[in-house]
Design a protein around this ligand. Structure first.
Ligand code: AMP
Length: 112
């Protein structure tokens, strides 16, 4: 998608430091962090939201990468949260599937 900001990040059009990258997934720090650690994990391929995914391997790649990154950052010691906002009421603002990896403070529940 030529006008998608996360596609531009994934394909290098917007220079971004990746915490993790493989053939399917990249991860980078959120521009507006909501916790001391706030990483976005995205598929390189464009999916407008979780609802647009039809291939199960997208989920295994995304989730296993997120858990790998959490371990690399040693977030598993104190815990972390993974969130996928989906659609308008789900709070999704960027229409490219992304997983938020949040950690570094006590995260409230229920979410706002
Ligand atoms: P969501 O509201 O779930 O769609 O999350 C989108 C997230 O993307 C927000 O937390 C934004 O702060 C973040 N974001 C938007 N643009 C960028 C960018 N260029 N680089 C890093 N994070 C971004």
């Amino acid at each position: 998608m030529s006008d998608c900001i996360f596609c531009k990040i994934a394909n290098g059009d917007i220079p971004t430091e990746f915490l993790y990258s493989d053939e399917n997934v990249v991860a980078f720090r959120d521009l507006n962090p909501q916790a001391p650690v706030h990483v976005l994990v995205i598929p390189k391929k464009h999916y407008a939201s979780a609802s647009a995914v039809e291939d199960d391997s997208v989920w295994s790649n995304l989730m296993s990468s997120a858990v790998k990154i959490a371990k690399q950052l040693e977030l598993d010691k104190n815990g972390y949260r993974m969130v996928i906002n989906t659609g308008e009421q789900g709070g999704q603002s960027v229409p490219h599937l992304h997983l938020h990896l949040l950690a570094g403070r006590n995260l409230g529940w229920p979410p706002g």
